[in-house]
Design a protein around this ligand. Structure first.
Ligand code: RNT
Ligand code: ZN
Length: 421
């Protein structure tokens, strides 16, 4: 009966949206094609499997000690599968180099190979998800100085360049194996806690290092390069080498994707507003959707105005393929699987809400100069029956409706997570 009730509410919603000139079926067809890259690192507080450095060499801090963290690849994969079962649609998984499986052998970052990700790839093939990849320039003795690709030490730089090259090969192979391009995203923590004198040297070195990493052509059908900027981080409050301007210039000149992490800008800056400007010049953007609270605090993504604006910009601009969406946060104070599910569902709800907006009518009003009508309709659109459509979408995709998903997470916690010492 519950299904019948959901279907009934859906039919009423379809009529209601129809009155606003919105085709719900078409919106859902479009929503189906969005894939969100689920960041594996929420599952284990960005630890990875090396058991060497700590993620805080690089300013990444997951706070909290909720029990049940995944301790190895098997557990992490199992947890990701559980999360994906609770999210409608076909998505992707985002890996980091520190999640290599090296059979207890120590393989340094510059020696990583595809073989160390073969299991991940086989698993992704089996469950039907694409994979994205990231070199890990943190949590390593050679990152302890705070500088990697921009280090003044030539040997350190060389090591990290080799790591970048190795990861790009791995990304390309993963993309080839899975028949879906792997986005390989470079983020480095390099910067200064206190005011530097030389802002130029590190940036020039970073440019050179990136050029070396990207020197070999990679097949864009298998691998897409991306570079991620940051405004400041823990320990890099005064200066970050890879700033927004730096990577914007680099990506434009070299035809790379630019990664915008929503936690990496001034708190009042609108990341959504950047999209249509950047896409005049760039082929594509990668989003790291996060929720900064006061600083880049990597809180779980929720259905905030900021996320809704992002979704509106993507859909109104018709950038469904040119903007790739990934999540990036790490909260260890709540159930980690719930953290994934909440973020994924929030992002999808934002996309759905944007797709259900009466955009054609809004555009007409704007073109006619009817600013009163535009504002009035934008406000009315906010309390249309989105939830009826969302529930139906979950039902149709065979995933739990409403709070039912949490019951499944709690059950998994009891059966699986709580047994992890
Ligand atoms: C750090 C960046 C980066 C990382 C992940 C683990 O500030 O956002 O994307 O969060 O690569
Ligand atoms: Zn990020």
């Amino acid at each position: 009966m519950k299904a019948a009730r959901i279907e009934k509410a859906y039919k009423m919603a379809v009529d209601r949206y129809g009155e606003q000139g919105v085709n719900v079926k078409a919106a859902l067809e479009r929503l189906r094609r969005f894939s969100i890259s689920l960041h594996c690192w929420q599952g284990d507080d960005v630890r990875g499997f090396e058991n060497t450095g700590s993620a805080s060499d690089g300013g990444l801090v997951a706070t909290g000690n909720y029990p049940g963290r995944a301790r190895n690849a098997e557990e992490l994969r199992r947890d990701i599968e559980q999360a994906l079962r609770l999210v409608p649609g076909k998505h992707r998984v985002n890996l980091h180099a520190i999640y290599a499986e090296t059979e207890r052998r120590k393989v340094d970052r510059n020696e990583l190979e595809y073989a160390h990700f073969e299991r991940w790839t086989a698993w992704a093939k089996k469950i039907g998800v694409g994979v994205d990849f990231n070199p890990s320039f943190f949590a390593h003795p050679k990152a302890a100085s705070g500088f990697t690709l921009s280090s003044p030490d030539k040997a350190v730089r060389k090591f990290w360049i080799e790591h970048g090259i190795a990861c790009r090969r791995i990304g390309e192979r993963i993309g080839r194996e899975l028949g879906s391009p792997c986005v390989t995203n470079v983020w480095i923590p390099d910067g200064w806690k206190d005011v530097p004198v030389d802002r130029k040297g590190p940036r020039e070195r970073l440019e050179q290092s990136l050029d070396e990493i990207f020197a070999r052509e990679a097949n864009p059908r298998h691998n897409l390069d991306s570079v991620e900027s940051k405004l400041f981080g823990i320990g890099t409050e005064s200066y970050v080498v890879g700033s927004h301007e730096f990577y914007m210039g680099y990506a434009m000149r070299n035809g790379k994707l630019l990664c915008l992490d929503t936690g990496h800008f001034h708190p009042t800056e609108s990341v959504a507003d950047k999209i249509a400007s950047l896409l005049v010049f760039l082929n594509g953007i990668l989003l790291h959707v996060s929720r900064g609270i006061r600083w880049d605090s990597d809180h779980v993504v929720v259905l905030s105005d900021e996320i809704r604006s992002l979704a509106e910009e993507i859909t109104r601009g018709g950038y469904d393929e040119r903007v790739r969406i990934g999540l990036d946060y790490f909260d260890a104070s709540i159930n980690r699987i719930a953290a994934w599910v909440i973020g994924m569902r929030a992002m999808l709800k934002a996309l759905l809400a944007a797709l259900l907006d009466p955009v054609a009518e809004l555009r007409r009003l704007e073109e006619r100069g009817d600013l009163t009508g535009r504002l009035a309709l934008l406000e009315e659109a906010k309390n249309m029956p989105i939830s009826a459509v969302w529930d139906y979408w979950c039902l149709e995709n065979d995933v739990p409706v409403g709070m039912e998903w949490l019951a499944e997470v709690r059950n998994y916690e009891k059966k699986v997570l709580s047994k992890r010492g």
